[in-house]
Design a binder for this molecule. Structure first.
Ligand code: GLN
Length: 539
């Protein structure tokens, strides 16, 4: 194929319908037919990126190799397609306006009144076309955040209208994801909200080509016919998206509904008759037929909102399937853990993961949990703040550095075993200023981490300001906490592990961000294996 083709995914009726999963599933189906696909997300909020958003507001902040702080849907794109994304894959209204205002100050529009149309919409289109211009992709799927009718998403919808006009229907297509509610009392599926949302889209000049309908019940023919007639789409372009047991079923369900075929036919693209989904189905087979079962405690601050740890949860799904093991996660609020309660909370778990995070709240609970699992040889995995807590715990209770801490949590601590990175000391601005993105790390041969990876040079993604303080390296190593992963350029400690423990690893980076269905992360795979072993020994 020559020029890239653009597929837009809009949402109607309500948010949280799963535009990200539908986009990723369609991307998977097209990729499984041999096309090169990427997915981008346009978010209508004013933040330049979600890096400054509280996870309670917006879920996890996903970090790409190039250090962009992005929406969690990019995680789904990578997990489904197994292809890295970048800053170009996530653009917010804030970034668009920032670019336009910067250009205005530089005199780029001299003499002109700068307006939403054409200047903002042109900047949206410029960003839209960036990925296509790389020549790397046959299809660019663009998810438009928010729901049709929101004031904020108007400029994006207008840009979609213009792109369709510019490129023509063979090169630009609109999929509208909508909800068909089931009214229990009336025992009926209702199409009216969808009709209204399509009307709204039409009022902006956009006719959807395909309707993807989220529903709890299968859509009978008469409902499909009604939707087709009142929303001006072909009957075979009314696609049912029934609630699934797992998000990883969705590509298969979309295949059954022939979403990929409809897209290709409408865009006049020839393709082989069937996408190759063998590997995907193998994964699903393992996921649904586990032989083992373990329960792992996830200790964190944002446990009431599992989306805050989306990539960790999914990495356990991938690693569990790889081990033929169902991984149950027990969510533990670090604030609930005290010296007296730790045993009752952690007892019965086959492993504990201490999650990434910011700020002091819940910190002492994390340290109590780590002390317990270290002493009781329960498998432990610490990620970012979790790793930092493991260093603090070890410094306090094994090395004897009373009240050792991180300067993030206790700025005046006598023993700052975790301290602000040199490069961070003068930074005051908050957005995009952490140590972000992929860095190389060298692993010590023979370490548990190196054995898990099966190699000694790795690249992992970061998002933090604080680091292991090398002034304490010798003391900590002598006492048994080994620094087995080092950044070869900055000498920063990236991985620590305990020698006298079956599986105790802390990583300064975020391995969860690189776990995909096709490439489960080796540390998660190894950790789950250790949890299975621990269960076997304990029973
Ligand atoms: N708050 C810690 C830091 O900034 C850890 C960050 C994280 O867990 N992502 O270094």
């Amino acid at each position: 194929m020559s020029a890239a083709k653009y597929i837009f995914v809009t949402g109607g009726v309500t948010s949280s319908l799963g535009k990200g999963i539908i986009s990723a599933s369609l991307g998977k189906l097209l990729q499984a037919r041999g096309f090169n696909v990427t997915i981008q997300k346009f978010d209508p909020y004013i933040n330049i990126d979600p890096g400054t958003l509280n996870p309670y507001e917006h879920g996890e902040c996903y970090v790409t190799n190039d250090g962009a702080e992005t929406d969690l849907d990019l995680g789904h794109y990578e997990r489904f397609l197994n292809v890295p994304t970048s800053q170009a894959n996530n653009v917010t209204t804030g970034r668009i306006y920032n670019n336009v205002i910067t250009k205005e100050r530089q005199g780029e529009y001299l003499g002109k009144t700068v307006q939403v149309i054409p200047h903002i919409t042109d900047e949206i289109k410029r960003n839209l076309y960036l990925l296509g211009e790389s020549g790397n992709y046959d299809f660019i799927i663009t998810e438009i955040g928010g729901s049709v009718g929101d004031i904020e998403s108007l400029p994006f919808i207008e840009a979609v209208r213009q792109v369709r006009w510019d490129l023509g229907p063979n090169n630009a297509l609109v999929i509208h994801l909508t909800l068909i509610p089931y009214l229990k009392a009336a025992k009926e599926l209702k199409t009216k909200p969808t009709q209204h949302s399509v009307k709204e889209l039409l009022s902006y000049g956009v006719q959807p080509d395909i309707l993807v309908c989220r529903t709890e019940m299968s859509l009978p023919l008469d409902i499909r016919k009604k939707l087709a007639l009142f929303c001006n789409v072909h009957l075979n372009s009314v696609i049912e998206a029934i609630d699934a047991d797992t998000i990883y079923d969705v590509p298969i369900l979309m295949r059954k509904e022939k979403l990929d075929e409809r897209v290709l036919a409408k865009m006049k693209v020839q393709s082989k008759t069937e996408p190759d989904l063998e590997q995907w189905k193998d994964f699903l087979g393992k996921l649904k037929n586990p032989i083992e079962e373990v329960t792992i405690g996830l200790v964190g601050k944002y446990v009431t909102l599992p989306d805050a740890y989306k990539s960790i949860v999914e990495a356990f799904v991938h690693a569990g399937a790889q081990n033929d093991c169902r991984v149950n996660l027990k969510w533990i609020s670090s604030e609930d853990i005290q010296k007296e309660s730790v045993e009752s909370i952690v007892k019965g778990l086959h492993g504990v993961l201490v999650a990434p995070g910011f700020g002091e709240r819940g910190m002492e609970g994390k340290i109590e949990a780590i002390k317990f699992v270290r002493e009781n040889k329960v498998p432990f995995f610490g990620i970012c703040l979790g790793m930092q807590c493991s260093v603090i715990e070890f410094a306090r209770h094994v090395v004897g550095l009373d009240h050792a801490s991180s300067t993030e949590l206790s700025p005046k601590t006598k023993y700052p075993v975790i301290d602000l990175m040199e490069a961070q000391k003068k930074i005051t601005a908050k957005g995009g200023t952490m140590r972000l993105g992929a860095y190389t790390c060298k692993l010590k041969k023979g370490s548990k981490a190196a054995n898990a990876y099966g190699e000694t040079t790795i690249q992992e993604r970061h998002r933090h300001r604080y680091e292991f303080n090398n002034a304490y390296l010798e003391k900590l190593e002598e006492a048994g906490l080994k620094a087995v992963g080092i950044n070869p350029e900055s000498n920063l400690v990236e991985v620590v592990e305990l020698k006298e423990h079956p599986w105790f690893i802390g990583v300064q980076y975020h391995p969860e961000l690189r776990s995909t269905v096709m490439n489960p992360h080796p540390l998660f795979v190894s950790f789950v294996k250790a949890c299975i072993n621990f269960k076997g020994i304990r029973n």
